[in-house]
Write a protein that binds this ligand. Sequence first.
Ligand SMILES: Cc1ncc(COP(=O)(O)O)c(C=O)c1O
Length: 556
Amino acid sequence: MLRKHSPGAKVVSGKMNGAIYGRTGSSVSKQRRRRLVMSFEMVRLDRASSEPLHQQLYRQIREELESGSFDSSASRVPSSRVLAATLGISRPTVNHAFSKLLAEGYLQVRKRSGIFVADHLPATFLKAVRSATIARTEHSPRVARRVTRMTDFRSGRQLDVGIGGPPSVTFVAGLPAVDEFPIAVWERLREQVLAKKGAHLLRYASSRGDIELRKAIAAYLCDFRGANCHPEQIVVVSGMQQAMLACALALINEGEVAWIEDPVFLQARNVLAFVGAKIIPRPIDREGLVIGKCSRQNSPRLILVTPSHQFPLGVTMSLRRRKALIDFAESRDGYILEDDYDSEFRFDGPPLPCLQGLDNTGRVIYTGTMSKILYPSLRLGFMVAPPQLVDTLVKVRAVMDQHSPAIDQATLARFITEGFFLSHVKRIRELYAQRRVFFIEQFQKWLGDYFDLEVTPAGLHFIAWLRRGEDFPLFMRAREQTGIWPRPLSFFCIKAQLDPAFVFGFAAWSQAQIEQSLAKLASAVKQVKQRGAGNGSSFQTHPFSPATSSYWPSTS
Ligand SMILES: Cc1ncc(COP(=O)(O)O)c(C=O)c1O
C-alpha cells in the first residue's frame, strides 16, 4: 500500500530513512498537504528477476497510483536520494523509474518544491476504473433470429478466416498472390495524396465514395468490362460482401424470395439468410443459373449470380441465358445482383463483357471487388446501381458504416488513373497463367490417380472430381493432417447433389509451394489409405460437371 505521511505524525515505519510521514485527507489544509511525502512501502524489488530494477520500481509505483486508492493531489514523492537509500538501490535507478513516470504523466515537477503525483493521472483521464471483480456467470446468449437463420456451422478459428497464424499453403479458393502487390508504389501514392489533401482526408467522407475513384472505376468498367455506366451510379463499398448486404437490405423484406446459385459462395447465402429472405437455390447448367418455372407470388426480389465465372463451378453464363435472366427480372419487378468477383482472370482470351452492359431496363446491380485484383484486406469494392436505386443504396450503406476509408480510396484512385492498376493486372494475369499451367501439371503428377481435374478457361481455382467416391474420407483425413485445406464442393451446396469433388485455389502460392504441398497431400493420403481409413463413403460417382457437360437438365 502506498501511504502518505505528514511531519509530526507518528512514525509508522522506519523504512523511509529521514522521510516525513502522514495521511492526506480532505481536512488537511492545502499548505500542510503540500508538505506531505509519500512512502513507497509496497515496493518489493526482486534482484533475481529478469525484469530490471528500474522497471520493477516504475511498474510498482505506477500500479499503486493507478489503483486509485488515495487522493492524488499535492502528494510529494520522496527524493531519489531518500528512496534509493531506503530501497538499497542506486539513485540513477530511481531516477530512471521517475523519469518514465514523469514522461507518462504519472508524476509532475513543481518548481522549487520537488516531484509530485500528477493532478490528473493518465489512468484517471484515460481509463475507466475497473470495478471490483464480478463473478461471471455462463449462459447461452439469446441472439436474434437473423443470426440463427444463418446456416454457417463454423465457429472460432474456422469462422474467422483471417485469424490464422503465419501464411501457409491451404489451396483455399479465392486467395490472390498478395506478395506480388506493389507495396512501395502504393505507399508512395498514399504519401502523395496525404501531402496534397492533408487533413481533408481525415474528415467524414462521402457515403457514395471518393469522386475521383468513382470516375476511375466507371472509366475502367466501360473500357474493359463492357459496362454501361456513369460515375454517379458508382457506390464505393467495403468489399463486395457489403454490396450484397446493402442490396439485400434495400430490396428484400423478411420472407420475400431471393434466388441464389447452387452451389454458391457461402457468404452470399449468409447475407440472404441474415436479412430473412426466403432463399430459393437454383441449379446450374452449362449455360448458368437455370431460370425454370416460378409462380408470380414467388417471384424473386433479388437474384444473385456470378455470370462471368460461376462460383465455384466455373460455368460462364451464355448470352441467351443472360438475356433471358434480364427479361425475367424485368417481367417480375426483381433485380439481379451481378457478382463479378474475378473476371479479370480469363486465360483463353479477353474477359467477357459483364451482364450490366446488356441491361437497358435498369435491373442489374453490378458489384466488383479489389480483393482479388489487389488484396483482400483493403476492403474496397463497388456497386454500379441503376440510377433509380443509387440514393436508396447510399442511404443503406451510410447506416452501416458511413463510408470506406478516405485515404485508401484516394490512393486507389491515383493507382488506377496513373496506370499502375492495369499494369498490375497484366503482370499478375501472366503470373497466374504460369501458376495455373504448373498446377495442372503437378496435380496430374501427384493426385491424377484420384481426380479428374476440370480445366475451365477462367478463374483462380479448379474443381477436382474424385474418380472414386470412397476416396473422399481419405482426403478429408489428409486435409486435417496436413493443414492443406481444399474445400469439399459439398461445402458450397444447398440442395445440389453433386459428385464428390474438392475446390483447389492455386493463385496465392509459388510453384515450389504448389509442388511441395501437392506432394505432401498425396503422401498423407497414401498413409491414411495404408492405415485403412478409406472406408465408409456414401458417395456415388457421376463424373460430370455442369461446367463441361449437361449434368443439369436445361430448363430455361
Ligand atoms: C464469389 C465471390 N463473391 C464475392 C466475394 C467477396 O469479396 P469481398 O472480399 O470484396 O467481400 C468473394 C470473396 O472471396 C467471392 O469468392
